[in-house]
Design a protein around this ligand. Structure first.
Ligand code: SF4
Length: 437
């Protein structure tokens, strides 16, 4: 099989992996001309110093020996199969790099023969790049759960970032949908990487030696292929950030690529809004000092479709508002919808020099459209503000959305927002859509 056919097959097979910051892109270059990214995937990631880099995104092989129900590459699917050689991946990376298309490589793989053999192939590829080609660019590589610890460590000294995909948010779902994977083995490489990084940082002699996974580790979870609630997914993400110091958790809305009785039959679009809400909640965990149990709870386990998680939290805790920006702590400012870490810092700096007015907030980076319902300045609130969470909800969303929510809930919305009956809500929405036609 020639190389361009292999690229076509393997870049296509890699596109469902979102453990980088974007998946495959198409550019406007005409077909056949130099610079086309139409066949090979280009994705983005962030280096340890925060730069965004373009990566050549490849799957080493799609000839998988596992049979995960949700995966296009599972062994029971009749799809074209291909496997690169380590030399081919190294040459391709250098070709793309020399032409200035990419700044690094994102290399993942299905399991060929066994987990150790697959890891050895990845190591061989990275060794050619690092030692023979003297490639100093960014490399993101998959750690294969179950592989020998020595192999994981060797990969860690060659790569900038590693990812171990959790894939599904519970052991039960993994057992059911990824029967060849050992749920207990999944977290081992994460633990090993965290431990090794700490060890390297603590011993001065090791600190100056070769860097070990300097850009940290990440993971991916598929959303909507299994029944876990948003709360349980956010709890797992929180645990991963705290326990294994992950840089990023990526959430991937489930796309049905296989007909399988164990998988939900998604007849509409993939659950992209849910994916979006998870990224918003993830942001709250990492930068806004929220805990998973503040964002959602066992009683209120799912996101609101109309309000983002921070606004949802604020209307449910409306007794804590309005917050006076002249005297609030940094933590209190961060809880105000429309205020982020940067605008909170700006407020703290500005108020050292002068008394703030509501009209100052916009130039300090506050999103007034959202913050106006939750702030005061020296006791003065936005004119016309009604101190009632129901009124705030009706102001934050469209009247049509508000009416739909009201119909789906018998109790006050600010007590029920993330609890409302999703099925009933969907039925109402469908009926409304029918009437609209
Ligand atoms: S191990 Fe499972 S998820 Fe990974 S490529 Fe193979 S079938 Fe797909």
């Amino acid at each position: 099989m020639d190389l361009s056919r292999k690229i076509e097959i393997l870049a296509e097979s890699a596109k469902y992996d979102v453990s980088c910051s974007s998946s495959g892109v198409m550019n406007n270059t005409r077909k056949g001309s130099i610079g086309s990214t139409a066949t090979a995937g280009i994705c983005h990631s962030f280096t340890s110093d925060g730069r965004c880099v373009s990566l050549l995104k490849l799957l080493f092989t799609n000839a998988c020996i596992f049979d995960c129900h949700y995966c296009i590459n599972r062994k029971s699917n009749a799809i074209p199969r291909a496997t690169f050689t380590p030399q081919e991946v190294a040459d391709l990376t250098m070709d793309f790099y020399m032409r200035n298309y990419i700044e690094g490589l994102f290399l993942s793989s299905a399991i060929i023969k066994n987990v150790d053999y697959t890891s050895e192939l990845l190591i061989k590829t990275l060794k050619i790049l690092r030692y023979e080609k003297a490639f100093k660019g960014y490399i993101h590589v998959k750690a294969i759960p179950g592989a020998d610890e020595k192999l994981i460590e060797e990969l860690g000294f060659l790569a900038d970032r590693m990812s171990v995909n959790v894939e599904l948010p519970s052991r039960e779902s993994l057992k059911l949908l990824a029967p060849d994977k050992d749920p207990l083995a999944l977290y081992k490489p994460m633990k090993q990487i965290t431990h090794k990084k700490k060890e390297m940082a603590q011993v001065p002699a090791l600190r100056n030696s070769a860097a070990f996974v300097p850009a940290g580790q990440s993971t991916q979870m598929i959303i909507g292929a299994s029944p876990e609630s948003d709360h349980s997914i956010v709890k797992i993400a929180e645990k991963l950030y705290q326990q294994y110091e992950l840089k990023r958790v990526y959430y991937s809305a489930y796309i049905p690529v296989n007909h399988d009785s164990l998988l939900p039959a998604i007849t509409t679009d993939p659950p992209l809004l849910r994916e979006h809400r998870l990224y918003q909640a993830d942001w709250l965990l990492r930068f806004y000092r929220f805990s998973a149990d503040e964002i959602l709870s066992e009683d209120k386990p799912n996101f609101n479709l109309y309000l983002d998680p921070k606004a949802n939290w604020a209307v449910q805790h409306y007794e804590q508002f309005p917050v006076d920006v002249q005297s609030a702590s940094y933590e209190q400012l961060l809880r105000i919808p429309g205020i982020g870490p940067k605008s909170a810092q700006n407020i703290l700096k500005a108020r050292k020099y002068y008394q703030l007015h509501l009209s100052d907030l916009k130039k300090l980076g506050v999103v007034i459209k959202r913050a106006q319902y939750f702030v005061s300045c020296n006791g003065i609130t936005q004119p016309g503000l009604v101190n009632d969470p129901e009124w705030v909800i009706s102001s934050l969303i469209s009247s049509k959305q508000y009416e739909t929510l009201k119909k789906a809930n018998s109790q006050p919305l600010h007590e029920q927002l993330s609890l409302f009956d999703v099925e009933r809500f969907e039925t109402i929405k469908r009926k409304e859509a029918r009437h609209a036609h």
